[in-house]
Design a protein around this ligand. Structure first.
Ligand SMILES: [Fe+2]
Ligand SMILES: [Fe+2]
Length: 185
């Protein structure tokens, strides 16, 4: 998508981010179902073919969340949001920290998938690592999303003018198109 096309398909920036949160929430719930089953099965637990397919899907969802959504927030949304609130930079710092945690969990998730598919570790180790990291992702991310949803709703919708919202919406769409293009190359 070129810049003109991306800019013309403006959509409300808060809406874009909230929709992406919702998509991520759905992924987390799919992961949660598998983790709860593995936990219940205890020492008999094993990662099935359909679990593996789900792990690959989740890996792609998280990758997109990290490579697109987080950058839309960090590069376009947070800098403006922080200006709206006195000492906003400090107040919203925890949201940036969460992003760094998610990047770390994601590296671990990728290594779990890679070790599993290459048979590098026994099954019970993969199950345990998947449960540990999976719950870290779910718990921290769902809380993070909830915190952001609250902040976004309260501050952003009330604080930005229509023009600022439109500008941000366009910038996000352009950034998204650029990042997705880089991903394909
Ligand atoms: Fe975030
Ligand atoms: Fe977010």
């Amino acid at each position: 998508m070129n810049e003109t096309t991306a800019a013309s398909s403006y959509s409300n920036p808060v809406r874009q981010l909230l929709d992406e949160h919702e998509a991520f929430r759905i992924s987390c719930n799919a992961l949660l179902t598998v983790l709860e089953r593995l936990q219940k099965e205890g020492y008999r637990a094993s990662i099935t073919t359909s679990d593996y397919a789900m792990m690959l899907r989740i890996r792609e969802n998280i990758r997109e969340h990290l490579n697109v959504h987080l950058l839309k927030e960090e590069e376009v949304f947070f800098p403006r949001l922080e200006k709206l609130v006195p000492q906003g930079r400090i107040k919203f710092l925890y949201l940036n920290y969460d992003h760094e945690y998610l990047r770390t969990y994601f590296e671990e998730f990728c290594s779990i998938v890679s070790d599993f598919e290459n048979d590098r570790v026994p099954m019970h180790i993969s199950v345990r690592r998947l449960i540990d990291t999976g719950f870290q992702i779910i718990n921290n991310l769902l809380q993070h999303i909830l915190a952001e949803d609250t902040v976004y709703f309260e501050v952003a919708e009330a604080g930005f003018s229509e023009k600022e919202l439109e500008e941000m919406g366009k910038e996000m769409k352009i950034l998204e198109a650029k990042l997705k293009e880089q991903d394909i190359d």
